[in-house]
Design a protein around this ligand. Structure first.
Ligand code: GUN
Length: 293
């Protein structure tokens, strides 16, 4: 069993991005600027956004964090997005999800200028991805592709089983794995909460992507010997031995599953850091592709 080390891979990619930025600036290119919107103070969202802002600084990108109370109306939030759309200093816009229930996430995502959609959630970005056209890929599936590529894991002709069908991970992941691209060309099955006899599918997986958001849901009897297991879950479970009172576990029961795999991502330090790489890659691309008036 080999661990897929998100920290090591992300450090390498960040170094590449840093060097690319130095070259880009030497040619007179603009420093990429990411604007992040955070509504409320959900602790997980705070941590994710904090990491994104910190990584921008590490790479030499500019960032702006706009924080709003949960009382913000949908109309007000849409006008904040529009301001960022019109702001030439801003290359990428990210609205951290989830949003409070009185705000339509679809309406907010649809309002982002697709040229600044570094999260790759806009229907235009998703459409381009499905059609294989250049565009912004959603950060987590993109990060997973970067990881497979780094370890030169060839998934051509392999059976990839994606558990979870979210717009952020499961759905785009299934599309990307099946694209005629590299990494890609896999045979993909997508499973979800209504799948009957889930184990019958997971046991067939050469590559198993767990993106269900349920702590340690995938257990040893559900995994084929020698499988490549990618754990997208970041779940908080109570742990009185920690100062915070919790620790993070994935959607995979790592203790029982790990020894059965050929490769597995740990949680934390697996997919999480790769997601940030996907976002940073998109943000640098957004700055480079910016339309100059
Ligand atoms: N919430 C959970 N994951 C993500 C992500 O990748 N981007 C945004 N904007 N919100 C999220």
């Amino acid at each position: 069993m080999q661990l897929l080390d998100g920290i090591a891979v992300s450090n390498q990619i960040k170094l590449e991005l840093k060097n690319e930025l130095i070259e880009w600036k030497a040619q007179g290119g603009k420093v990429p600027h990411l604007a992040a919107i955070l509504v409320g103070n959900n602790p997980a969202s705070e941590a994710y956004v904090g990491n994104k802002v910190k990584t921008c600084a590490e790479l030499g990108f500019e960032s702006t964090l706009l924080r709003f109370d949960t009382t913000i109306t949908e109309f007000e939030l849409l006008s904040e997005v529009e301001k960022l759309n019109l702001d030439d200093r801003v290359d990428g816009i990210l609205v951290q999800l989830p949003l409070p229930s009185h705000i339509s996430e679809d309406a907010v995502i649809n309002a982002i200028n697709p040229d600044k959609d570094v999260d790759g959630f806009h229907p235009i970005s998703q459409g381009r991805m499905i059609l294989g056209q250049p565009g912004f890929l959603p950060a987590t599936p993109y990060g997973i592709l970067l990881m497979l590529d780094h370890y030169q894991i060839d998934i051509t002709g392999k059976h990839c089983v994606v558990v979870g069908r979210s717009n952020i991970v499961g759905k785009p992941m299934s599309v990307l794995l099946s694209r005629n691209a590299n990494p890609g060309n896999a045979t993909v099955t997508i499973c979800h909460s209504k799948t009957a006899d889930l184990k019958a599918y997971t046991l067939q997986a050469d590559v198993l992507i767990a993106a269900i958001g349920r702590a340690r849901f995938i257990t040893e009897p559900m995994v084929k010997a020698g499988a490549i297991v990618i754990d997208v879950g970041i779940n908080r479970v109570a742990d009185t031995s920690k100062k915070s009172g919790f620790r993070l576990v994935g959607d995979v029961d790592f203790e029982s599953v790990a020894s059965k795999c050929s490769f597995i991502t740990p949680v934390p330090k697996g997919v999480g850091p790769m997601t940030i790489c996907g976002l940073m890659r998109n943000t640098l691309n957004a700055a480079k592709l910016k339309k100059v008036n």
